[in-house]
Each structure stands twice: as C-alpha cells, then as structure tokens.
Design a protein around this ligand. Sequence first.
Ligand SMILES: NC(=O)c1ccc[n+]([C@@H]2O[C@H](COP(=O)([O-])OP(=O)(O)OC[C@H]3O[C@@H](n4cnc5c(N)ncnc54)[C@H](O)[C@@H]3O)[C@@H](O)[C@H]2O)c1
Length: 351
Amino acid sequence: MSRLKVAVVGAGTMGTVHSEAYREMADVDLVGILDIRPEAAQRLAARRETAAYTTLNALIQAAQPDVVDVCVPTYLHRQVVEAAAVAGCHVICEKPIARTLADAEAMIRVCQAAGVKLYIAHVVRFFPEYRRAHDLVCDGAVGRVGVVRAMRGGAFPVGWEDWYANVAKCGTVIVDSMIHDFDFLRWCFGEVDRVYAKSQLGRDMVQSDHAFVSLRFQNGVIAHVEGTWAYPSGFYTELEMAGAKGLIEFRSQDAIAVHTQIRQSERAHAGVQVPESPLVKSPYQLELEHFLECIRRDVQPLVTAEDACKALEISLAALASARAGKPVRLAQTPNTTASVQERLTRGNQDD
Ligand SMILES: NC(=O)c1ccc[n+]([C@@H]2O[C@H](COP(=O)([O-])OP(=O)(O)OC[C@H]3O[C@@H](n4cnc5c(N)ncnc54)[C@H](O)[C@@H]3O)[C@@H](O)[C@H]2O)c1
C-alpha cells in the first residue's frame, strides 16, 4: 500500500491547510473534498484539482478513500469519524479529539471495532522547535526541570456558524487551543496531578477569550500556561523551561523582523490564524506524512488517540477549575511515559 487515497471532510480553515499538504505529497492521491456547504466543497476542490462531495456516502462510494481526514468543528468529530470508520477507512482527525470524553472514548472504541487506525492531529509535537525542546529536556540537557511557562494566542477565531464562540461546541480557548500545550507538556513530563485555572470562560458573543492554567505534574514539575484569543490579529507562541542546569526558551515572534498588529473586522479575515512556517515542509505536512507512514508500516504514531484523550481530560479539568474557582485533581493514572520518566531520573542523577 504505497500510494494512499485520502479524502478531506470539512472545507474550512483546517481542511484548506490539510488538503494543501496532501497536494505536496508525491505518494498521495487527494480523491475528494466533502463539505455540507456545496459552494465551500466546490471552491476548495477546484483549487486542489479534485472532486467535491456533500455527503460521506457519496464520497466513499465514488472515491473509495483509504483515509478520511476529518476537519469539521470539534463537536461534530464523533459523527464523521465513526461513519468513516464503519465504512472501513482509516481516520485522521483534527484536535481536540472531541468536545467530551464520552465522545472521545466512543470514537476510539468504534475505530478499534472496525479495525481501522485513528490519528489525532496534535501538531505541536511536529513543530521542530517544540520537538527540540522536548528532546533537550528528555536528554537531561537542562537538568531536572522545575518550572515551565507556555503561551499561545492570537485573534479570536472565526469559523462556520461562529462555532468557536459557542462554549458547548468548542470549549473555549482552554479546550480548543491550550490543549496543544497540555499535550506537549504531558509528552515532556508525563501525567498531570492537578490543575487550577482562571478564565473569561469564553462568554458567547464577546469575541474575546483569555485563560491562565497552572498544572502540577506527578513528577513535581509546575507549568503555567497562558492562552489568549484577545489579540488584534496574528498568532504567537512562547515556551520557557527552567531546569537545574539551564533554561530553554522559544518565542515565535523572534523569528519575525517587523511586527504589525492591525485590528481587522471579524468578518474580514474569516478563519483561524495558524502559525506561519518558514520550513520547506510545514509542521502540518510533517504530521500528516507521519500518520500516513504509520498506516503503511503499521507502526505506533508519535501521538496516539489515547494521548489525545488525556490532553482532552486535562483541558476539561482546567475548564471545570475555571468554573468552580478551585483546583481540580485528575484521576490518578500511572505515568505511562516511562522513557520520559527514565530520562528525567537520569537528569536528576546528573544534578
Ligand atoms: N491544529 C491546529 O492548528 C488547528 C487550528 C485550527 C482549528 N483546528 C481544529 O480543526 C477543526 C476544524 O476547525 P476549522 O477552523 O477548520 O473550522 P471551520 O469552521 O473553518 O470549518 C469547518 C467546516 O466544516 C464544514 N462542516 C460542518 N459540518 C460538516 C459535516 N457534517 N460534514 C462535512 N462538513 C461539515 C463547515 O461547512 C465548514 O466548512 C476543529 O476541531 C478545530 O479545533 C486545529
């Protein structure tokens, strides 16, 4: 199975990004774009020189994809993922895996029962700067890490039917955006013990959201994660990891020579600001190529659906903490990232 037939469901911001990546891959046939809005499906399909569909049944019957890539709003992931899996297609799905843990767990069960793979697109693990920071930490380069600060933010996202402004559909900046950092930090430091969060709680129609989340990991690391959808425009990330022997720092703004922020009307720039990449291959392409390679070789991906469930659990705990105004403890699961623990222990011994 060297060539793979891939179809993209959802012709919004991420469907555009993913379909562009597939067009760059020599061993992939982009066999269709599906959107319930015919004009959106046709517009993107024409740009990518492929066929447009408005129902999954029609897409699967006509195009017979090996892989369905789900880029619909988060609260709709379950219905599309399950339908694609039952039809026998491997599934790639944007993060967060789902809006609720019940949906996420059901999606994993249905894919397992159907004998197909499920990959959740936690793309931060594929950003070279974040991957380098992960590897440095795990190799003990800065010794035992004590405190971490992460920031991620930009303008308020605009989506189909304004679903980002609806807490029940999107889960605020905490579930939609900060989940990237929660997954990345869990990859570095293992399981989270408890979280404490303050946020605007994404009040509907305000078109502004901001949150601070403190996480305490089982291994003692403390992280402070800030997420914002209150900037006039743009998209920025920052990372600082302080260890006994040194500091790892990254600011996405440092890569830009001139900064301009001009407030645009919400409708003038429909979509979500995704990070720009000066790399030959964007992190999105690296991520999607990795998932397709895992299908071809039948190997474990860098990020599993279970990892995505854990990231959602942390996000939902933070949301619950912001609502309750007190810390929330996560269900105590043993640290599964044994290699990370082993390496951190090695870092400790070096101190
Ligand atoms: N990894 C990242 O960096 C990143 C960035 C932005 C968004 N996301 C995630 O990607 C997903 C999609 O977000 P978006 O910003 O592209 O949304 P969007 O609103 O821009 O696009 C969603 C599209 O899905 C279509 N749609 C709705 N229901 C459908 C259905 N049942 N079948 C087919 N099409 C349907 C809509 O018409 C719309 O075109 C979300 O889960 C979001 O959290 C990830």
